[in-house]
Ligand binder design. Structure first.
Ligand SMILES: [Fe+2]
Ligand SMILES: [Fe+2]
Length: 214
């Protein structure tokens, strides 16, 4: 982002945002465990608006850096994860697990109960010249990986995960995250496929944004 070209974000229409809410509701409906479903509805009562409005990343050149970006990305990860598991591990994981880890792997990107993770950048210069549309919110705990914050929020709402679900969310950045190195080549199939679904979703979103700016 340095040749003087001004890059613009991919923007979602009000209609597209409404569709996200419908899709989200449908996906949550697939979770049949009563306790999990109760925890999720309390979580979305508190954080649903933030989940819908949050970007998936703070910089344009990463992925889905726009309001609605996190929800759209998370839904896409559920869809990709289902497709990947159907090929490599058919009938191994139930839909409740697929929706839980796919939809909530990046939950930590909403921030915590009181503070969003990303705040809009007030500097037009940084937006225009560096594509930096958001800053990390310094009111959050100074450093917590978003995958760890996802798990923190899930336990706060009493959502009990299986060991495989926990591990899949924990290390969904795969070997891009240095703290995941202890898991290298020891990942469960769910963790490996979630990582792949996440990467493919990011690549799709990044490509769409690049094409918009060609
Ligand atoms: Fe992530
Ligand atoms: Fe993600």
């Amino acid at each position: 982002m340095s040749d003087g070209k001004v890059f613009v974000p991919h923007k979602m229409s009000a209609n597209e945002i409404d569709n996200l809410v419908d899709k989200l509701t449908t996906l949550i409906g697939f979770i049949d465990d009563k306790d999990r479903s109760k925890g999720l509805s309390r979580l979305f009562d508190d954080l649903g608006q933030e989940f819908i409005e949050a970007p998936a990343s703070p910089k344009l050149e990463w992925h889905n850096c726009m309001p609605g970006g996190l929800a759209e990305h998370s839904i896409r990860v559920v869809e990709f994860l289902k497709e990947i598991l159907d090929v490599f591990h058919p009938e191994t994981y139930d839909i409740s697990t697929i929706v839980t880890v796919g939809l909530l792997h990046d939950l930590g990107k909403v921030g915590d109960i009181d503070n969003p993770a990303y705040v809009e950048n007030e500097s037009d210069w940084h937006k225009t010249n560096q594509g930096k549309y958001y800053n990390y919110n310094d009111k959050l705990l100074p450093w917590m990986l978003h995958s760890h914050r996802s798990l923190y929020l899930l336990q706060k709402y009493g959502i009990v995960l299986s060991a495989e679900e926990f591990q899949a969310i924990l290390i969904h950045d795969g070997q891009y995250g240095s703290s995941n190195s202890a898991y290298a080549q020891k990942e469960s199939p769910l963790a490996l496929c979630l990582h792949q679904a996440d990467m493919q979703a990011c690549a799709f979103e990044n490509k769409r944004w690049r094409e918009l700016n060609e």
